[in-house]
Design a protein around this ligand. Structure first.
Ligand code: CA
Length: 243
């Protein structure tokens, strides 16, 4: 398993250093930030596995950082570092999607245990989808190639293959444009680039129309109104690699 990347957002130097040192000693790759503005930028960056977030921060407070982060990265794990007695903040933070919290003063041992518990859940390897079927067609995601029953073929771009793989791996739920941008495009965004997702999906849909399927074909990718996209009934995983 790769070294997990953790961002620590905490303005009190002694606590920040203590937390960062303990994490590094446990083998994590740590980025330290001391205010909410830099903290949000680092926390939303691609490749971050977990965020430790203080609530009382200069520039932008922790709960605002959490709200922004949830818009850009709906599933990125966050543990709040909270002061004793700030129960309202903790409850608000959990309702806003924080995964866990610790109350100051906490021990390094307790913090590491909570970090490990969350990473065990979020970083477990997922079976990799390698081949898909769509109508009479077969898609090889590694070769990024689509072959139809009539012998015609099409190539998929890296983004198109990534998009299909992500939608099929999460086929039991609708996936938002923001999540696709963060997970497939690997960019964090406040919603400006979501049209790029729509354009790619439109192009991919056209590519996935079965030349032998006639006019009344089931959808390979379904639009979920006001939310995003989902793998449709026509798209079926044919080969999944063992973990
Ligand atoms: Ca603070």
């Amino acid at each position: 398993m790769p070294k997990a990347r953790i961002v620590v957002v905490e303005d009190e130097p002694a606590i920040r250093r203590g937390v960062a040192d303990a994490l590094r000693l446990s083998g994590y790759d740590v980025t330290e930030t001391a205010d909410g503005q830099t903290g949000l930028r680092e926390a939303a960056a691609a490749g971050v596995d977990l965020v430790l977030l203080d609530i009382m921060l200069p520039k932008v407070d922790g709960l605002s950082v959490l709200a922004e982060l949830r818009r850009a990265n709906p599933t990125r794990p966050v543990i709040l570092l909270t002061a004793r007695g700030s129960e309202d903040d903790r409850v608000r933070g959990l309702k806003m999607g924080a995964d866990d919290y610790v109350v100051k003063p906490f021990s390094a041992k307790e913090l590491i245990a909570r970090v490990e518990a969350i990473l065990r859940r979020t970083m477990k390897p997922v079976p990799e989808v390698r081949r898909l079927c769509v109508g009479t067609g077969a898609i090889d995601l590694q070769r990024r190639e689509l072959r139809w029953g009539d012998g015609s073929r099409a190539e998929l771009s890296e983004l198109e293959a990534g998009l299909l793989k992500y939608l099929v791996s999460n086929r039991d739920r609708a996936v938002s444009r923001e999540e696709l941008l963060s997970r497939v495009w690997c960019i964090a965004t406040a919603g400006l680039e979501t049209r790029a997702v729509d354009m790619h999906v439109a192009r991919l849909r056209a590519k996935l129309r079965d030349p032998l399927g006639g006019d009344d074909q089931p959808d390979a990718i379904v639009t979920v109104r006001a939310h995003g996209y989902m793998a449709g009934p026509a798209l079926v995983a044919a080969e999944v690699a063992k973990v």
